[in-house]
Write a protein that binds this ligand. Structure first.
Ligand code: CAA
Length: 249
């Protein structure tokens, strides 16, 4: 069987890299799309070189998920170099935490466009090809805080909850065409995004996690990779919590 082609947005961030690496190990050809490849030309090159040393290729695709035309270009570049996209992981995301009374319009817009508009902007580029070819896997990386809400995250919680609404609607539209659409909702992980939370607040958060620690990006990537596999054909419209028991529902 030809290798599946996977596109991961936010692909050079910490979680994005873990997902890319896991998909490569699963036998996919992988492209990492990231705005940091526009704003910081060197971003990701060291990682690419390290993977190459181990005999693995990763395609780096500069692209801005908040900009529809940039996504059109990025997907066209990917498809012309490594083939039609079979697997899409919408992983690009940012935080701009502040309570609503302090949150300004720019912080609202930045989070909604990067975390939610992005899902439309990128998925729209690949959905016709997937349905025409009769195979596709889409995984939207949401968050625990899209399920339970979080003080200081009206923007982030709204966008992340919106991602799962998108998942459930699109899953119904494409279920008969061999395309699955699922959400993965990670809890607090040992990434820079989480480490940016003030230490005393983070300590309290970790105390609330039954497993007693932050998650590892590799643990999230393993679940994502399974949902992207051919074996996961009967799973669609689902929202997987992976949070060390932080929120059970
Ligand atoms: N619940 C209820 N009240 C709270 C509270 C909470 N969790 N946290 C603070 N308050 C109260 C304070 O006691 C204080 O009350 P008083 O005014 O009566 O003294 C008041 O709210 C402070 O409100 P402010 O708006 O002034 O808060 P702040 O500016 O000091 O801090 C914040 C706000 C920056 C959002 C800070 O609370 C924070 O960083 N919280 C953590 C947010 C968080 O968990 N982000 C996750 C980032 S990682 C991620 O998002 C990845 C993922 O998917 C999991």
């Amino acid at each position: 069987m030809p290798k599946r082609v996977a596109l991961v947005t936010g692909g050079i961030g910490e979680l994005g890299r873990s997902i890319c690496e896991r998909l490569i190990r699963q036998g996919c050809r992988v492209a990492a799309l990231d705005v940091a490849l526009i704003t910081n030309g060197d971003g990701g090159r060291g990682w690419q070189a390290a993977l190459a040393k181990d005999g693995h290729d990763i395609m780096l695709v500069p692209g801005d998920v908040t900009d529809f035309d940039s996504c059109t270009q990025a997907v066209a570049d990917t498809e012309s170099r490594i083939g039609p996209v079979d697997i899409l992981v919408n992983c690009a995301g940012i935080t701009r935490d502040a309570s609503l009374r302090k949150l300004d319009k720019n912080e609202w817009d930045a989070v909604l466009s990067t975390n939610l508009d992005s899902v439309f902007n990128v998925t729209k580029q690949v959905i016709d090809g997937m349905t025409q070819r009769g195979f596709g896997r889409i995984v939207n990386i949401s968050s625990l805080n899209g399920v339970k809400g979080q003080f200081g995250q009206t923007n982030y919680s709204a966008a992340k909850a919106g991602m799962h609404g998108f998942t459930m609607a699109l899953a119904q539209e494409v279920a008969r065409k061999g395309v699955t659409v699922n959400t993965v909702s990670p809890g607090y992980m040992n990434t820079r995004m989480v480490e940016a939370v003030p230490q005393e607040i983070l300590d309290r958060i970790v105390e609330e996690i039954p497993v007693g620690r932050l998650g590892d990006t590799g643990e999230i990537a393993a679940l994502v990779a399974f949902l992207c596999s051919d074996e996961a054909a009967f799973i669609t419209g689902a929202n997987y919590s992976i949070n060390g028991g932080h929120h059970m529902h």
